[in-house]
Design a protein around this ligand. Structure first.
Ligand SMILES: C[S@@+](CC[C@H](N)C(=O)[O-])C[C@H]1O[C@@H](n2cnc3c(N)ncnc32)[C@H](O)[C@@H]1O
Length: 275
């Protein structure tokens, strides 16, 4: 077994995280960065360091889970959402008298994506002079990121894609920090959920899945094909028929799901579940 496998085994034993389905080159690069930070010249030296310094296990998990994000990341996606997707969904919900809009942000990091969705939905409903209860389940495996999301406190840098007036409408500024509005916060429910969990298809907090939209952006790129397949299967099963799957710029549904999803937009990775 090479040293990276020993490291992954240690993370699984000590922290319960199984990174074996993640892309090896990414794991190797991130491990090398931590080796450099901890002045370990050789992988075996770093493994020994990890065995004797348990706080480094958390640093390595942080390095592997990469939670870069910002509000309205890839603004075109949110533009398309407000102009097209929400119209389609809201028409079908109103027709069915089914009055709850259910959304899942899978791999939500610190909540920037989930709160951006909440803002986009709110802006849309305001414009349409319509009321509709909305619930957004925001899940991740990074507990620190989840607690940051629950706190709803952000730095100015993460807000640079916000449209004019949105910072004032949805945040309160205190000593240079931006705090999410309480009403908006109530629509987002954060919880721990491992997308590779073999026992659950969707977050148990959502009780029955059946989402109108599932966002899983910039998460699948970190996984090997087989694990991507496991995740796509969950995303597919969690969506309502005619629900929307929103992926990151570099992500595509696997060929096995061809015929189940139809791409809806030329500019963004937005798919409709059609079968
Ligand atoms: C780059 S962030 C993407 C954040 C957001 N979706 C966006 O596009 O801005 C990737 C997130 O995926 C999460 N992640 C990695 N492996 C995961 C897993 N097995 N289950 C759930 N989330 C995972 C990481 O913790 C991280 O917060």
């Amino acid at each position: 077994m090479n040293t990276l496998n020993h490291i992954l085994k240690l993370l699984a034993e000590k922290r319960g995280f199984d990174f074996s389905g993640y892309r090896r080159p990414m794991l190797e690069r991130r491990t090398q960065k931590r080796m450099f930070k901890t002045n370990c010249g050789k992988p075996a030296e770093y493994l020994e360091y990890l065995q004797n310094n348990t706080e480094e296990l958390d640093e390595l998990i942080d390095a592997f889970t990469i939670n870069v994000s910002n509000f309205f990341r890839n603004p075109l996606v949110f533009e398309y959402l407000e102009r097209i997707v929400l119209h389609t969904i809201i028409n079908s919900i109103t027709l069915k008298k089914d009055e709850l809009l259910r959304i899942w942000s899978a791999g939500c990091s610190r909540g920037e994506e989930a709160y951006s969705i909440a803002m986009a939905v709110n802006e849309f409903l305001k414009k349409e002079k319509t009321a509709l209860d909305t619930i957004i389940f925001a899940t991740d495996i990074d507990k620190k990121a989840l607690s940051k999301g629950r706190s709803g406190v952000y730095d100015k840098q993460s807000l640079y894609n916000l449209k004019l007036g949105m910072a004032e409408s949805y945040f309160k500024e205190e000593s240079g920090k931006y705090i999410i509005d309480d009403e908006l916060k109530k629509t987002v429910k954060f919880s721990f959920f491992n997308l590779l969990d073999i026992n659950h298809i969707f977050p148990p907090e959502s009780i029955y899945g059946s989402f109108d939209m599932v966002f899983c952006r910039n998460v699948l790129i970190y996984f090997e094909r087989e694990s991507q397949g496991v995740i796509f299967d969950k995303l597919y099963k969690s969506l309502k028929i005619n629900g929307f799957l929103i992926l990151g710029e570099a992500e595509l549904p696997p060929t096995e799901l061809k015929g189940k999803f139809r791409r809806e937009s030329k500019c963004c990775k937005i798919y409709k579940k059609i079968a």
